[in-house]
Design a protein around this ligand. Structure first.
Ligand SMILES: Cc1cc2nc3c(=O)[nH]c(=O)nc-3n(C[C@H](O)[C@H](O)[C@H](O)COP(=O)(O)OP(=O)(O)OC[C@H]3O[C@@H](n4cnc5c(N)ncnc54)[C@H](O)[C@@H]3O)c2cc1C
Length: 394
């Protein structure tokens, strides 16, 4: 097979890239290790920056999101037990957020790919980029028990943290930066009406988050030990712990119900540089992981793809400026989100070695945030998403 861009991974990054390239007339083939149902079954992100919302709309992926998504414009932090700090991002920086599940985005992307006839190989195994420092790279893989090869101009590594693309970059070239939190998030999905606001909680028992996916689907998290397993957490134990960490006023509004999904996620910050090696380009979780506190993982995958699709489309129009600047430009935004996510993680969690002094200092920082318009502007600007860099910055 021969194509212009071989895309590895059919998650949000790979499928959005496929969508944008397809609409611009750039030939491509997508290779995915899992089945389509497996990808659709993964419960993950849910809070979209406004830039992500506009990117999806610009590429004909906004109809269901605009119908079913929930626009919100406050970041709420419960603290000192019963107090609630509300920061109005629209008031502070003129922007809102949208709650719309990654699972729905993935469905919308596959539906759009079906309609446009995009070529996707599911259950492709042994996927391996080759010859990426030459002008004629290729991707080898096995499909239906048969070895295959795609010759291409570029390889887009959108295959997530455990993919093969990043590891193709030699260790002598790759620089990795990592910080792992000494705790995890226990999350549940419940088919109950969500709390109408997105609310984080800083509590001496540990962090909690009340979030939503749609009007009948709630997502709640509590900080837990990485030694815990989901079997340690009955639904009753989960609800009791959540209610112990949030103000009574909000707890009273929450309708409990059986969990339909329960999992424990680690919190990790990870960046691999550069995001380009020869004609291999990384996008999304293949190059970086953020702790979910700042709700940035999916949003960064979208911003990488914005830059990368522009680089490929411009290349076929005779302009290589964006190919050359891709890695640096994407990494500037990645590090912005990385720093913010780490700051928010430090602000809101209880670390195992944290003393009462540290707890007081955290509370003072939230108190400062509550009283300072400047601090609220800085937080809002980063939470709703730093601006994309445009043509002049290339
Ligand atoms: C449990 C969990 C909870 C999360 N919660 C949030 C959240 O609340 N907010 C937030 O913003 N972000 C969250 N994230 C992060 C967010 O989901 C990711 O940032 C996002 O999925 C990145 O998209 P991606 O396409 O880059 O990677 P992925 O979604 O990982 O997609 C990569 C695709 O590549 C495929 N693949 C992997 N290896 C190969 C291979 N060798 N060959 C072919 N295909 C391969 C995979 O099967 C997968 O389909 C969460 C992530 C996890 C794991």
């Amino acid at each position: 097979m021969r194509t212009q861009v071989a895309i590895i991974g059919a998650g949000p990054a790979g499928m959005l890239l496929s969508r944008i390239l397809g609409r611009a007339g750039v030939e491509h083939i997508v290779l995915e290790r899992q089945t389509r149902d497996h990808v659709l079954g993964r419960i993950r992100a849910g809070v979209l920056e406004w830039g992500t919302v506009e990117t999806l709309r610009d590429h004909g992926l906004g109809a269901r999101m605009d119908r079913e998504g929930h626009v919100h414009e406050t970041i709420n932090i419960a603290w000192r037990g019963q107090e609630l700090l509300s920061v109005d991002t629209h008031d502070r920086v003129g922007k809102r957020m949208m709650a719309y599940g990654q699972t729905n985005i993935q469905e919308d992307l596959y539906e759009a790919a079906d309609a446009s006839g995009a070529e996707i190989f599911f259950e492709a195994s042994d996927v391996q980029p080759n010859g990426v420092t030459t002008d004629s790279p290729w991707v080898s893989f096995t499909h239906g028990g048969v070895g295959q090869r795609i010759d291409c101009d570029f390889v887009a590594g959108c295959d997530g943290f455990h993919g093969a693309s990043r590891l193709t970059i030699p260790e002598s070239v790759r620089r990795e930066y990592e910080k792992v939190c000494p705790f995890g998030w226990l999350g549940i999905l419940s088919e109950t009406p969500p709390l109408p606001i997105l609310m984080y909680a800083n509590h001496e028992r540990g962090f909690a988050l009340c979030s939503m996916r749609n009007p009948m689907l709630s997502r709640y998290y509590v900080q837990c030990s990485m030694e815990d397993t989901v079997d340690d957490w009955s639904d009753d134990r989960f609800w009791n712990e959540l209610f112990a960490r949030i103000p009574n006023e909000q707890a009273d509004q929450i309708q409990t119900g059986p969990s339909i999904e329960k999992s424990i996620a680690p919190l990790r910050s990870f960046v691999s540089e550069p995001m380009r090696y020869g004609n291999l380009f990384l996008a999304g979780d293949a190059a970086h992981i953020v702790p979910p506190t700042g709700a940035k993982g999916l949003n960064l995958a979208v911003s990488d793809v914005r830059y990368l699709s522009r680089a490929f489309v411009s290349h076929y129009q005779g302009d290589d400026r964006y190919l050359e600047s891709y890695s640096e430009m994407a990494l500037r935004r990645v590090w912005g989100a990385m720093r913010f996510s780490w700051w928010l993680t430090l602000l809101l969690h209880r670390f195992p070695d944290q003393t009462d002094f540290d707890q007081r200092a955290q509370e003072q920082e939230i108190s400062y945030l509550a009283g300072s318009e400047a601090a609220q502007i800085a937080m809002s600007e980063q939470y709703v998403g730093l601006p994309y860099e445009d043509q002049e910055d290339a």
